[in-house]
Design a protein around this ligand. Structure first.
Ligand code: SF4
Ligand code: SF4
Length: 285
């Protein structure tokens, strides 16, 4: 099963929740950092035997001598990544989404597959589990193609569960990360800002129709509005992680909270059980 740990905004503790879950989950597990613009799950899981590979997207290479300027490619491209200006064929690789349509449609075979570097995919081992991380190339604007490459290569079913550390927010990258999940965990905090982003996340993700529950991080600060919202929308609260200086210290020192503070272990065991139960209830419905 695939479990995505998401949040409406950054800084809620999504990555430390993912790292804590990975530390207590049964092996085999694959822990995936899909926050490709700012990956930091590796700082907590400290994977070893790291292998780094480049990831690319297919973009058209043009042979202008063969091009007759028929415009079939530019009429097809939804992203304005290829166009004809006068007699000149222009390509904009940074805007290309790699659909391959222009290459397939060109009647003169003037377009052939080229490539643009998206970033890196890093794999490794962490305490007997698999670890995968994407890292977007500096200057690359589109993270979903890199995320999709990682998702397409996941060892689903054959090698245990997958935990995804999703990018923050509710835009296209976050949706890409949660679309393939069997269950979504929303990490929030009980503050007005927390509620605002939690509400946006719930509105964005609930139409996907996956089981979804909340983790209230830094419980004890702020007010009860997040709890009221959960009650109103029937969102189960799967865990509350108390606001505690020792949790913040563990985080800032790069320690997985559940390992640094053993009293948190029952909280994360209970969270894991709730996640698995939610998925099982759907698969047996
Ligand atoms: S479809 Fe081919 S021939 Fe037509 S404008 Fe595009 S590249 Fe040129
Ligand atoms: S591959 Fe697709 S997105 Fe890229 S230029 Fe061609 S039609 Fe546009």
């Amino acid at each position: 099963m695939i479990y995505a740990i998401a949040s409406g905004k950054g800084g809620t503790g999504k990555t430390t929740v993912t790292a804590s879950l990975a530390s207590i989950w049964e092996t085999p597990l694959t822990a995936v950092d899909l926050d490709v613009e700012e990956p930091n799950l590796h700082l907590f899981l400290k994977p070893e035997e790291m292998i780094t590979g480049k990831a690319h997207i297919e973009v058209p290479d043009a042979d202008e001598d063969k091009c007759t300027g028929c415009r079939a490619c530019s009429e097809l491209c939804q992203f304005k990544a290829i166009t004809v200006m006068g007699d000149t064929l222009l390509t904009f690789p940074e805007m290309c989404h790699g659909c391959g349509g222009c290459i397939a449609i060109c009647p003169e075979k003037a377009l052939t597959p080229g490539k643009r570097e998206l970033g890196e995919i890093v794999t490794g081992k962490s305490h007997g589990n698999e670890f995968i991380m994407g890292r977007l190339r500096i200057g690359e604007a589109m993270s979903p193609p890199l995320m999709k490459q990682i998702l397409n290569d996941l060892p689903i079913n054959s090698q245990g569960d997958v935990l995804i550390d999703a990018p923050p927010g509710v835009s296209c990258p976050a949706i890409t990360a949660v679309m393939r999940a069997d269950c979504i965990v929303l990490v929030t905090e009980p503050t007005p800002f927390g509620l605002h982003d939690f509400r946006l996340a719930w509105e964005a993700f609930s139409p996907i129709g996956k089981p979804m529950g909340a983790v209230i991080n830094r419980a004890g600060v702020g007010n009860n509005d997040v709890y009221d919202f959960c009650r109103e929308k029937d969102i189960p609260i799967w865990a509350e992680i108390p606001f505690d200086r020792s949790v913040a210290e563990a985080y800032s020192n790069g320690y997985v909270p559940v390992k640094a503070i053993p009293t948190l272990k029952p909280t994360f065991e209970s969270l894991k059980n709730s996640m698995q139960k939610a998925v099982n209830e759907v698969s047996h419905a």
